[in-house]
Design a protein around this ligand. Structure first.
Ligand code: CTP
Length: 218
């Protein structure tokens, strides 16, 4: 099976030396890429800037901005069986990128931010050949918010995690997730190292893809 996995943060430039970003470490996405390779799948990893070694056997497409990630996902998606959107794509970017370094002044400084394109929501909604997995990073009402993302972004599966906890989610080595399926089923994976959670998730996604193929053939 061919997996397309996105991982890490994006960086939205303000000027030649500054950017807006987030705390995503890329650990979960990289763990999933490794787990997919270990399970014998082909992996293309679209990665934001992270401090982790490339998973051996994966084709890595490095990107920096949300616009670059948008283009890379659209170029690669039609050739995959499962798209896993694990990346923490910035929701906003500066309206203007200064060509020269913004100089310090005594007055306060306001930044105008504009929304970035939502990659998941921009994918074809009908007759899609691949399974789409979204992630939901939440600090409150985890399940309800994830359910909303599943519907609004037309995902087949959403993996939700509570990023307000210090021992789970962003930057941490462990994760605890709730998986929501389009058919209404919900499954919880208890807290475990990201590598273990990743292995379970890859099995689940491959299963969803296989079931869909069998349905199409039958
Ligand atoms: N995502 C995306 N394009 C964006 C922002 C997010 O494709 N511009 C994807 C993420 O990769 C993830 C899912 O959407 O799979 C949910 O991301 P999340 O940050 O949890 O939610 P947002 O849609 O950004 O909403 P909010 O920040 O309000 O929770």
């Amino acid at each position: 099976m061919r997996f397309l996995i996105t991982a890490g943060p994006t960086r939205e430039p303000l000027d030649p030396v500054r950017y807006l970003s987030n705390r995503s470490s890329g650990k979960m996405g990289y763990a999933m890429a490794e787990a997919a390779i270990d399970a014998g799948h082909e992996v293309i990893l679209i990665s934001g800037p992270v401090d982790i070694d490339r998973p051996r056997g994966a084709a890595v497409i490095p990107i920096s901005t949300s616009d670059q990630m948008f283009r890379a996902v659209h170029q690669q998606a039609r050739n995959c069986d499962v798209l896993v959107m694990c990346a923490a794509v910035a929701d906003y970017k500066p309206a203007n990128v200064s060509k020269s370094k913004i100089k310090k002044r005594d007055a306060s400084l306001s930044l105008e931010l504009i929304p970035t394109p939502d990659i998941l929501a921009s994918l074809p909604k009908q007759d899609r050949q691949y399974v789409v997995v979204g992630f939901a990073a939440e600090t409150e009402n985890v399940e309800a918010n994830a359910q909303k993302k599943l519907q609004e972004k037309h995902c087949d599966v959403v993996v939700a995690n509570d990023v307000s906890r210090a021992d789970s989610g962003m930057e941490s080595d462990e994760n605890e997730v709730t998986i929501l399926f389009r058919g209404g089923e919900i499954k919880k994976l208890s807290r475990a190292p990201k590598k273990i959670v990743a292995r379970e998730l890859i099995k689940i996604f491959a299963n969803v893809s296989e079931k869909r193929l069998t349905k199409k053939i039958a």
